[in-house]
Design a protein around this ligand. Sequence first.
Ligand code: CA
Length: 410
Amino acid sequence: MPVPTFLAWCATLLLPVVVAHLPLAHAQPAPPHTDAAEFRACLQGLREAPAFRAVTPATFATHTDGLVPDASVLLLLDRQPEFTLAPWDYLAVLVDAERVADGRAGYARWQDTLAQIERQTGVAAPIVVGVWGVESNFGQNLGGRPLVQSLATLSCFGRRQGYFRGELAAALRILQEGHVAPQQFNGSWAGAFGQTQFMPSTFLRSAVDFDGDGRRDIVGSVPDALASTARFLQTAGWRRGEPWGFEVRLPAGFDGGGGRKHKRPLADWRRLGLTLPSGAPLPDTLATAGLLQPARGGPAFLVGRNFDALYSYNASENYALAIAHLADLVAHADAPLAFATPWPTDDPGLSRAKNRELQTLLLARGHDIGAADGLIGDKTRAAIRQEQQRLGLKTDGRAGQKLLDALRRP
Ligand code: CA
């Protein structure tokens, strides 16, 4: 979801695990202040505010009369990340065998549409499929919070009210122009919505009516959603015909490289001793490239400008790498799920299938964690901590292979 950096940590719907938190019993904050009369007065003021100039009084009234604030979005706004996923945990969930299979099916089903989009925008079809899979699991996970209610609450209470007022005004314009049906206008707590998980202001800048029905409908129309993603990446500087990058092998003792933004010609990297994982010389498919190494001792990649375009979608290198890797796997039926250089860990991350197995084992042990949905939320994490404590493992709330192995033992 294209958002400013400050929201990046909370962005991707599919990953409530990107940031994890203390068990609820340890850190349940007081319910935030959301006074109804204050909310009404705030909305009354917004109606006249310059940011809402393009919203008619009728639109404003239709979608805000009788609205009540939703205090739960303020709790989410103020959560502080306590636990950041390692790249191998992040990629294990976002790029697993299920998502690759679903991506190949989606690629096959929409290949004509995707080919047209690629011709028009230059953005490679597998990349568009990769974004679709990471943002909304190919349209299956759109977020269920009423967008106007969330954004109106965030516009009147809490920090960042100015930012959210702009998004609320954009959301009301989207409804006014009839692009998305009001009853379908739901999304993440922060206001990202649709199969592309655009913020409303991003929608106004980048969304496309590709199926030609006069509406830019990134919720209900797959062609509109795919074309809107491609338009966003095109605007972010996507270069037709260039790959995002590729995995490389570093020479022994190689240190540094300066990071993704420090770009050099491929000839420089060859001189420094970098090769493809097979040992073959680096190809000249990138104009310039920077070195991305998410974890010291783990896989390394040379990445070009197109990787930067992916980064602009969510301001996270791991996120951009997940899209890039998923796109490669969608495009190449024989590509292996694992990178050539393994991640530097003896306790690998879990796929969604393994997360579901872990949750089923936790349920069998009497933990009240709800459904085994493959998403590691607060309840699952609290149960994991209890089991880790019982088993004498490091009590960090992380869902990993060692814990799964321990729970599998009878
Ligand atoms: Ca349309």
